[in-house]
Design a protein around this ligand. Structure first.
Ligand SMILES: NC(=O)c1ccc[n+]([C@@H]2O[C@H](COP(=O)([O-])OP(=O)(O)OC[C@H]3O[C@@H](n4cnc5c(N)ncnc54)[C@H](OP(=O)(O)O)[C@@H]3O)[C@@H](O)[C@H]2O)c1
Length: 293
């Protein structure tokens, strides 16, 4: 397949490009800078220069593509509304461009806010609908696109997609620990997170693009780990003491580390024959993946 990938230079996107190329697919990656374009070209991917704010570039990406994997996100923590609006508009544009073609459109989501307090299943719908919703309601847009002749699907990623070089939430926790001189969970530390290794997430994206049915909700979630265990492992790896903190103490990541964000992935595994094989988060932490400065 010829697959247009947005966010192709991101943490998950770069691993996805590697996975797709290794499986023999052609990748066209969206690049908003010369640096990103060079990173893609070095791997053997084709480059489409563009930006999430340049909706024409997204339309161009769908031309001659057999499918679209949408992983780009501004992640502008200072302007969440702007980030959500951009995400909503980008997915609307991709749906319009793919309508009537039955080509796959895979859209990324997280687990926040779907079923607070219990593990989310693939049957649980996202409550986010409309342009002002979290992530611009992009998951529901992708799934509703099925009625317009698009093989829309959503992949919900665990809050930690981990591995060596990760710049996501666990790296924020490591940074907070270094700065504060203590590695902390929030409150009593009983909140739990689902986690998945980056390479397992990338393989799931490839399998979904190749074969998931229209309307699928898929969970990139391999294991469930208590937040206290994550903080303890970081403390060991960084040579720091451990203890409780407030969400505010930990900065942006604190709000998420205070919450149980877990998912069951039984149906995803059955549907795609997906089995996670990568190291666990605690193995990655203790191997030093989060010990650099
Ligand atoms: N990583 C996780 O643990 C996790 C967990 C849950 C959900 N997710 C979701 O999964 C998706 C992928 O996450 P990620 O961790 O791979 O994100 P990431 O590492 O932050 O990568 C973001 C990607 O989006 C691109 N991008 C940012 N702003 C752009 C713009 N204005 N125009 C075009 N491209 C732009 C970046 O390009 P540059 O390389 O040029 O900066 C990069 O390729 C996101 O939707 C994210 O919210 C991730």
């Amino acid at each position: 397949m010829r697959i247009f990938v947005t966010g192709a230079t991101g943490w998950i996107g770069a691993a996805t490009v590697d996975e797709l190329l290794t499986a023999g697919h052609t990748v066209v990656g969206l690049a908003r800078s010369d640096r990103s374009a060079a990173a893609l070209a070095t791997k053997g991917a084709q480059v489409l220069h563009g930006d999430l704010d340049d909706l024409d570039s997204l339309r161009r990406g769908t031309e001659n593509a057999d499918g679209v994997v949408h992983l780009a996100n501004k992640h502008d923590w200072a302007d969440p509304d702007g980030t959500n609006r951009t995400e909503g508009a980008a997915v609307r544009t991709l749906v319009d461009a793919l309508a009537g073609s039955n080509r796959p459109l895979l859209v990324a989501n997280g687990l926040t806010g779907i079923t607070p307090g219990r593990a989310t299943t693939e049957d649980d719908p996202s409550p986010e609908i409309g342009p002002d919703a979290d992530r611009g309601g992009s998951e529901n847009q992708a799934l509703a696109a099925v009625d317009r002749g698009v093989r829309g699907m959503a992949v919900r990623f665990a809050p930690s997609v981990h591995g060596d070089g990760d710049w996501g939430f666990v790296s924020f926790l490591a940074e907070a620990a270094r700065t504060r001189g203590i590695s902390s969970w929030v409150g009593d530390g009983t909140a739990q997170w689902s986690t998945v290794h980056r390479t397992d997430a990338a393989r799931l994206i490839r399998l979904a693009t190749e074969q998931a049915p229209a309307g699928a909700r898929l969970h990139a979630a391999a294991e469930i780990v208590p937040t206290a265990a994550i903080a303890e492992a970081l403390g060991t790896a960084l040579g720091l003491p451990t203890g409780s903190a407030t969400a505010e103490d930990l900065g942006i990541v604190g709000e998420f580390f205070a919450q149980t964000l877990t998912a069951d992935s039984t149906r995803t595994r059955d549907l795609l024959g997906w089995q996670p094989t990568g190291p666990t988060l605690l193995q990655d932490i203790l191997a030093g993946s989060y010990s650099g400065s």
